[in-house]
Design a protein around this ligand. Sequence first.
Ligand SMILES: [Zn+2]
Length: 421
Amino acid sequence: MPPTILRCAGLVDGTGAPPVLDAAIRIEDGRITAVGPAASVASHPDERPEFSDVSPHWICPGLIDEHTHLGLAGDGRSYEEMAEDLDEIMMLAGVFNLGLHLRAGITTLRDNGARNRVGFALREGARRGYIPAPRMYVCGRPITCTGGHFWWCNEQADGEAEIRRAVRRLVHEGADHIKIMASGGGTRGTIPGRPSYETAELHAAVHEAHLFGRLTVAHCRAKESMVRAIHAGLDLMEHAEFLDPDGVMRFDPQIAAMMREAGIWVSPTLQAAGYPTVLALQAKREKDRLSRTEEQLLAAAESRLETRVHHFGLLLEHGLLPRMVAGSDSGCGNLAFGHLDYDLTLMHRGGMTPMQVLESATRITAEAIGASAEIGTLEVGKIADLIVVEGDPSADVSALGRVRAVYQEGRRVHAAPVATG
Ligand SMILES: [Zn+2]
């Protein structure tokens, strides 16, 4: 295979280094062999590289979404309604979702919980080349208590012994990491503001997972579940909503300090606070009158979102910036795939610079999922997963929502249609 050289108006490599204008990147056998100012990335005299110039667009690493549910459609139905779907339909939803994410520039994702073997089968289908898909890390089924959040995925476990057994079963089936539901959530009959496992139970999951070299993730909406996850040594905390049993979110600086001290990764999943609802209703209000119910829905979503974004900013102030991971929770509720950019916009709104947002969604998330040796930055030796975006993503976060082309291991797998006028 001849090497590929891509030239661009500017390149951001994800390491935190300043952008390079008029840059180029050289790719051989799927890996980066040179990157930097275009003049420095030359081909050898005896080779004929495939050359393409994507200017005036920019290049940055492919985005990484730490939190998805591939089997769920993100079409606004409740969990109970979605759980009525056959596994076969969930598989097809997964195929569809993978395409949406890939075309939106997400070249790697984690699945944090699907029913039965849906997550494993999707990963295998992608490995065999049956379906276009981002690189996938899957947990299989999330571990939950009897009747707990996502119980219908079929991995209920109570007490340390059952939890250890659940971890072993999942590892045996091929789990890349272990997900555990440390509090209630949107599943009917569960209480988001209350923890669902004792610290000792969470610790059993962590201990067993680490024995097998697997990282751990906990769903933590309840404040008390956040404390327990930290004590239990979880690697990554999802949501971090600071939710009290009365259903109100109240930031706690002491818990934030504990999070920083523990070095736990945090995936705030900000769009899950109702961002698609806010966007849809605001757009409708532009053209039309909202009904009383819609007005109330919008006001509630806006206020929830504002609180979450504010708390996110406070976490940054408490030193969590280097541990902040990009995750969308796509699939749940009305969180359709293909919009990690929503989270990136909200992270920027919460206080991150566009450059910090980009680093979070590439290098930092790669570190959090244990993949930084191979992906997350555009450096010599790394796998050439990259995207072409319209605009400078180090200065304008919205550029990450304007993906013109997607490359996996140096091969272009998607190009946005060129507008004709
Ligand atoms: Zn989730």
